[in-house]
Design a protein around this ligand. Sequence first.
Ligand code: GLU
Length: 461
Amino acid sequence: MSVVTRFAPSPTGFLHIGGARTALFNWLFARHHGGKYLLRIEDTDKKRSTDEAIDAILDGLNWLGLGADDKPIFQSQNANRHAEVAKQLLAEGKAYNCYCSPEELAEMRENAKEEGRPVGYDGTWRDRTPSEAPEGVAPVVRIKMPRDGETTITDAVQGSVTIKNEQLDDFVLLRADGTPTYMLSVVVDDHDMGVTHIIRGDDHLTNAFRQYQLYNAMGWDVPTFGHIPLIHGPDGAKLSKRHGALGVEAYRDEMGYLPEALNNYLLRLGWSHGDEEIIPQDKAIEWFDLDAVGKGASRFDFAKLENLNGHYIREASEKRLLELILPHLGEISDEAKDWMLNGMEGLKSRAKNILELADSAKFYAARPTFPLENQKAAKLIKEDTPALMSEVSDLLDSLENWTVESLEEALKAFSETKELGLGKVMQPIRAILTGSNSSPSMFEVMYVFGKKETIERLRCL
Ligand code: GLU
């Protein structure tokens, strides 16, 4: 049997971090087993579904490299097929029309609550004949659930989970207006799409028992379920915006994370392979399976994500990083772009995210203005600095070789002759060339700028 997985978001909001992890697990599981990974947009709630949300989900998935193997399926387009299945169950006596009014249903719920029963609907219309139907009332269609015994799901993550059938009520398949319910649509679509493994958040575990019975009623194979624990905040509480329950685009645009860092982080959130923390995609595909998904909720940890991001920034090519920082930098000259590209190796070793990287590259694009805004850097410029820089400029001007090594050699010799510590020479150079008190090695920066720009900046003071 070839594996088919799916990610089935409801487009009522952005692609949040929990959804991205669900998509990733489905994607990896399919890749690991040489199967297919599909996307189904569950847009049946027309009031709450929006085109913007659909775009945000598709955009987020593409950014993470988790686009589906086939065109996305839009659930609302299958409504007729869903209704057909309900009608088939009705014809086979496995479902029935229910004519209860909202008042009657409210009363049933009230009674159940008083008697401590979990089931809301009491089966009033289960065995009544159509001739008893009240006139002018459009019925809903309910499935006949088994009343005795138990339903057991062998969940690939949660293990064997059993529920007493008396806890499952005859839920609605078709509403009075003929539209299918979520429970029906999900099962029919998963069957029609040939889904073999349903990997999703464990908030859907209780639905799985009902869905299991619906598969049985239709005589369909039940897919394997894998209900993955939810993501919690660092304090153990349900993930909220404050904790990072944001759309993935916020991780990209507002926090500057690389998609491979977010994927690696999300993979480790609830799944492990020994002590491995840095898991590139090929290893993730090789190692991922559901048996190593933990049963407990995982806690979101920004520090870990940040560390991984730093790692992947260091791994990323200079050219790609330049492309990523440019949108944050406004209009800049081609010359400055070249400097940034050539200086990227030094910059990227220090940055934890793309915003920091962009910020640290700014000095290549614009000469600092004096007095410096950065107070720590301003303090590095002393009264005798202009005279010292004039000497340094003359020295640099006389250099025949402009390499990192020759710059280092010349400036070391200079500071020795002047009987100054090397720092006393280099720190003002750093402040003047970059406007900052921290930057990559100044020998590298000077090398990247070349003689002309270096000397012009030093003489700017
Ligand atoms: N559309 C559901 C959700 O967004 C998921 C349904 C499923 O995976 O079965 O939570």
